[in-house]
Design a protein around this ligand. Structure first.
Ligand code: FE
Length: 132
C-alpha cells in the first residue's frame, strides 16, 4: 500500500486536537468517552487521518471495555501491527497501513473465530453510515 506522509505541521492542521493526540502521539481516549463506543449503526469506519476504510460495523461488538471493539479489520492489509512495550505492558499496537496513525491495540481475547479483539480509539476513526 502507498504510504501517506505528511509533516507534523500538516497533521496538526488536518486533525482536531483529540485526533492528533491519538493518531500522531499514540494517545488513548478515556474509556466510555469515545463517540463510537456504543455506535451500532451499519456502516464503515475509516481512518480519521487519511480516510482509508479500516473496519466494518458487521465485525463490531460490545466488549464492555469502553472502547469500540472489532473482531477483525476490513482487510488484512488495512492495518499494521507493531510490538508495544510501553507502560510496562506487552501489547500489540495497531496502526493504519497508509498513514501509520495509531489506532489502538489488538488483544487475544476476542469472541470471533480468530479470537482477536481490536480495541480502537473513536478519535482515530471516522464513521460513514451505510446508504440505503
Ligand atoms: Fe490512515
Amino acid at each position: 500500500m502507498d504510504k501517506m506522509n505528511l509533516t507534523d505541521a500538516e497533521w496538526r492542521e488536518r486533525l482536531t486536537p483529540d485526533q492528533y493526540r491519538v493518531l500522531r502521539e499514540h494517545g488513548t481516549e478515556r474509556a466510555f468517552t469515545g463517540e463510537y463506543n456504543e455506535n451500532k449503526a451499519p456502516g464503515l469506519y475509516h481512518c480519521a487521518g487519511c480516510g482509508l476504510p479500516l473496519f466494518a460495523s458487521e465485525t463490531k461488538y460490545n466488549s464492555g471495555s469502553g472502547w469500540p471493539s472489532f473482531t477483525a479489520p476490513l482487510e488484512e492489509e488495512s492495518v499494521t501491527e507493531v510490538a508495544d512495550t510501553s507502560h510496562g505492558m506487552r501489547r500489540v499496537e495497531v496502526r493504519c497501513a497508509r498513514c501509520e496513525g495509531h489506532l489502538g491495540h489488538v488483544f487475544p481475547d476476542g469472541p470471533g473465530p480468530n479470537g482477536l479483539r481490536y480495541c480502537m480509539n473513536s478519535a482515530a476513526l471516522d464513521f460513514e453510515p451505510k446508504q440505503d
